[in-house]
Design a binder for this molecule. Structure first.
Ligand code: ADP
Ligand code: MG
Length: 331
């Protein structure tokens, strides 16, 4: 019910950027190749995510807003996860703490729309939309004023949204992304654009990293491809001579999910230990892929932490994989 959803929402949705993350992950799970994100006032008054994915049939709209309803898992094996979503928690949580509307068109169906505001669900109504799904979240936390106080400036929240989009854009180089700031109405201002990349994953990632980190990075980065006991490490790591000054550019992914994990960033630092002074950080975008059984991504609802069954193996893979690549490049 509404109260439980509001409590659960606090876990899933800490700030506008966490709402954006959930909505964009849903678009990716829906097979979208174009995802357009707009926000106003740092996402506090409006977040809109439009995709060209598979859509939701009219009868399934109320279900998508129900707690623990997910179309992505059969419930038998929580560890075997190939999509971003699996809890069926995001949409009901967002509908509990803001004014949410979903408009969608699944192939073979007419477009339809549904609203939920402060946990109160309205009826499914006919709508106009040519394809995919548009989710709008207005007035985040209007139903939980205590949370409003924890939000930072519009600028800081907009920056956090940009960071989320960039990480997901690295994870999905074949998907095109735009981010618009529509504060004040109208078409707004495009603050980030990354056209869909083609080619194999290495080529597509190379192109995408150029879009996000700049050609300075890609021209000074080594392709990484190493394997150890069922764990594979791929991606790009900058030469020790490349510097972004004090700016940290470390992007880590486990089975396609952006993660922030001390074990992995510690391993990255260890790999570069001989090269870097205190105030310089290694720059890299690295992907670990493995059998889902070897890693638990189910640690926290926000899902940015991971727990490897064998942490030493993950650390060793990063340290040896990077040192080997650096040595081959003459460092
Ligand atoms: P989860 O992603 O864990 O399944 P959510 O609450 O995020 O839970 O979404 C609930 C369900 O709504 C999803 O399982 C999916 O079936 C549907 N859904 C949500 N967003 C989209 C979208 N953009 N396109 C198609 N279906 C969607
Ligand atoms: Mg989801």
């Amino acid at each position: 019910d509404a109260a439980i959803n509001r409590i659960a929402a606090g876990e899933v949705v800490e700030r506008p950027a966490s709402a954006v993350k959930e909505l964009v992950e849903n678009a990716i799970d829906a097979g979208a190749t174009r995802i357009d994100v707009s926000h106003a006032d740092g996402g506090k008054t409006l977040i809109r995510v439009a995709d060209n994915g598979c859509g939701i049939a009219p009868d399934d709209l109320p279900l998508a807003l129900s707690r623990h309803a997910t179309s992505k898992i059969d419930g038998s094996d929580l560890l075997d996860i190939h999509t971003f979503g699996f809890r069926g928690e995001a949409l009901p949580s967002l509908g509990a703490v803001g004014r949410l509307s979903i408009t969608s068109r699944a192939s073979g169906f007419e477009a339809a729309t549904i609203r939920v505001s402060g946990g109160e669900m309205g009826p499914v109504k006919p709508a106009a939309l040519s394809e995919g799904t548009v989710v709008e979240l207005r007035d985040l936390f209007f139903a939980t004023p205590a949370r409003l106080k924890f939000m930072r400036t519009d600028r800081a929240e907009a920056q956090a949204i940009g960071d989320v989009i960039k990480r997901l854009a690295m994870a999905e180089p074949h998907v095109g992304f735009t981010l618009r700031d529509v504060s004040g109405g109208g078409e707004g201002r495009v603050t980030f654009r990354a056209d869909a990349q083609t080619g194999d994953l290495f080529d597509a990632l190379h192109g995408r990293l150029g879009q996000i980190l700049g050609r300075e990075f890609t021209e000074n980065a080594l392709a990484i491809d190493a394997t150890r006991e069922g764990l594979r490490l791929t991606g790009y790591a900058a030469l020790p001579t490349y510097s972004r000054g004090a700016a940290v550019a470390q992007f880590l992914f486990v089975n396609g999910r952006p993660v922030k994990d001390k074990l992995l960033t510690g391993a990255l630092r260890a790999a570069y230990f001989d090269f870097l002074s205190r105030d310089r950080h290694p720059a890299a975008a690295l992907f670990i892929t493995c059998d889902p059984q070897l890693v638990d991504v189910n640690v926290h609802p926000a899902k940015s932490e991971v727990r490897f069954r064998d942490p030493g193996l993950a650390r060793g893979l990063i340290v040896s994989g990077l040192r080997h690549a650096l040595a081959e490049a003459g460092h």
